[in-house]
Write a protein that binds this ligand. Structure first.
Ligand code: HAX
Length: 439
């Protein structure tokens, strides 16, 4: 049975289960909301369903119950490789079960066959000035590709709502298949004098991305497989996932929804932090005139950053309260492939120096590193020094999770999202008992 039919069976089962849950427990309260939460980023309010992964503040992310080390062990690998193939993670997020090697090969085949990008997408990217940020090019590339949306075409013809999931499934598969080509095109256009590289029909999805960017070292391909797996999803409330879901809830198609999510990922408090980390380290090295700053020098530089009213990029998290296991997975990769690299060692020294300084401020809920604290140094090791491009790599990976979730949203028939907002004027009346804030 193909992955689409398998998904349909799972979705039918889930629909029945959810119907029964809502019938019996629909009025059961799931939490309370404080005024502080309303003003401060809705932190901790449970208000979304996202089937693909769940974030535990202490343990980190679990994809359908599996932690990152478990996935590194259990997901199929490329021949001779040791890192998981992101195709396998996509299968797991979508179907809820670990894939076989054959399942993963089938997805690689589907994405290979659907990877053709129409020429107008490249022409649209080419129309942008060369100094345009790669994330802007990426979002515009995705929007140019929206001409291919099956969902948009079928909706215009008058599609039955029972078929929304099917058209979204096809859009998601086509879009994921094409993203590596768009990303590599942006990279080669902006940084490699427009010298483009054709895909290799024998490579897996992440391996092909590495190849088309011009990196054919096998250990870089392994890094891309790991990178594309660990960045794919972080439950539903983070900005890129939530935005994709929110925009999709209005029945915007997969292209429009993903482009919206990618604009959120381009914020420096979210995905863009991966470029900010390397920029910050490069600036520190330049200021100190040393490629191997001591822990004391790092501590001083952290203090300078804080005094200047800036955040220390790569540290802190809205939900996590421990070192991010995605950081640890990358640290393990570094120890295996490049233990003597001075930049990678600096990242490890920063890991020792920063948390005590952040803890001493007393206000930061999580002084530990997140996923973005490590990724850049590994990329620089292979010569990928163009840090403004890093968030595009994050985006290609994040598409796996948010689009798998969008397919589930459609299959479960989720409603248009529309929470209630209030004004401070109403809040002032409410605290005096003169008005109600609920609808
Ligand atoms: N450096 C300096 N100050 C920090 C900080 C950091 N790394 N992390 C948090 N703070 C500050 C906050 O700005 C806030 O200050 P104010 O009260 O003065 O406004 C205070 O500490 C409390 O914040 P918090 O509750 O601990 O953290 P939030 O949930 O509000 O924010 C962030 C979470 C990730 C946005 C935050 O930790 C941050 O800005 N980190 C640096 C940027 C970063 O690495 N972002 C990537 C996060 C992971 C991700 O999404 N990757 O894509």
């Amino acid at each position: 049975m193909g992955i689409k039919d398998r998904f349909k069976l799972k979705a039918d089962e889930a629909n029945l289960e959810i119907k029964a849950l809502l019938k019996e427990y629909g009025n059961k309260k799931i939490g309370e909301v404080t005024l502080a939460q309303v003003y401060q980023g809705m932190r901790g309010i449970t208000g979304l369903v996202s089937e693909t992964s769940l974030l535990d503040p202490q343990e980190g992310i679990r994809f359908r119950g599996y932690s990152i080390p478990e996935l590194q062990e259990k997901l199929p690998k490329a021949p001779g490789g040791t890192e998981p193939l992101p195709e396998g993670l996509f299968y797991l997020m979508l179907i809820g079960e670990l894939p076989s090697t054959e399942d993963v090969e089938n997805i690689t085949g589907i994405w290979q066959r659907r990877s053709h990008v129409p020429t107008h997408v490249f022409a649209t990217i080419d129309a942008l000035p060369l100094d345009t940020h790669p994330m802007t090019m990426f979002v515009i590339g995705i929007m140019a590709l929206q001409t291919e949306s099956i969902f948009a075409k079928e909706y215009a013809k008058g599609m039955n709502k029972k078929d929304y999931w099917s058209a979204t499934f096809d859009d998601a598969m086509n879009l994921i298949a094409r993203l590596p080509r768009i990303a590599a095109y942006i990279y080669r256009r902006k940084y490699k004098q427009n010298q483009h590289i054709q895909p290799d029909g024998l490579l897996d999805w992440a391996g092909n991305l590495a190849h088309m960017m011009g990196y054919d070292d096998e250990s870089f391909r392994e890094l891309m497989r790991l990178y594309m797996t660990i960045h794919a999803d972080h439950e539903g409330g983070n900005v890129s996932a939530h935005t994709t879901h929110l925009v999709g809830s209005a029945l915007a198609d997969a292209y429009q929804s993903l482009a919206a999510g990618m604009n959120g990922l381009a914020g420096p408090l979210h995905g863009l932090a991966n470029q900010e980390v390397i920029k910050w380290i490069f600036e520190m090295r330049e200021k100190l005139g040393s490629d191997t700053p001591s822990k004391e020098q790092i501590e001083e530089y952290v203090q300078d950053t804080l005094k200047a009213g800036k955040v220390v990029p790569g540290y802190g998290h809205a939900v996590l309260r421990k070192t991010d296991p995605r950081f640890t997975a990358q640290m393990e990769f570094g120890k295996k492939h490049m233990p003597d690299d001075p930049l990678v060692q600096t990242v490890w020294n920063i890991y020792e120096a920063v948390p005590p300084v952040l803890k001493s401020l007393g206000k930061i809920k999580n002084p530990w590193p997140n996923v973005d604290a490590h990724s850049g140094a590994l990329l620089v090791h292979y010569g990928l020094v163009e840090y403004e491009f890093y968030t595009v790599l994050f985006g290609v990976s994040r598409a796996l999770g948010v689009l798998a979730s969008l397919i589930w949203d459609r299959a479960l028939g989720f409603a248009i999202e529309r929470p209630k907002s209030v004004t401070t004027e109403l809040v002032k009346q409410w605290v005096q008992g003169k008005a109600e804030v609920s609808d």
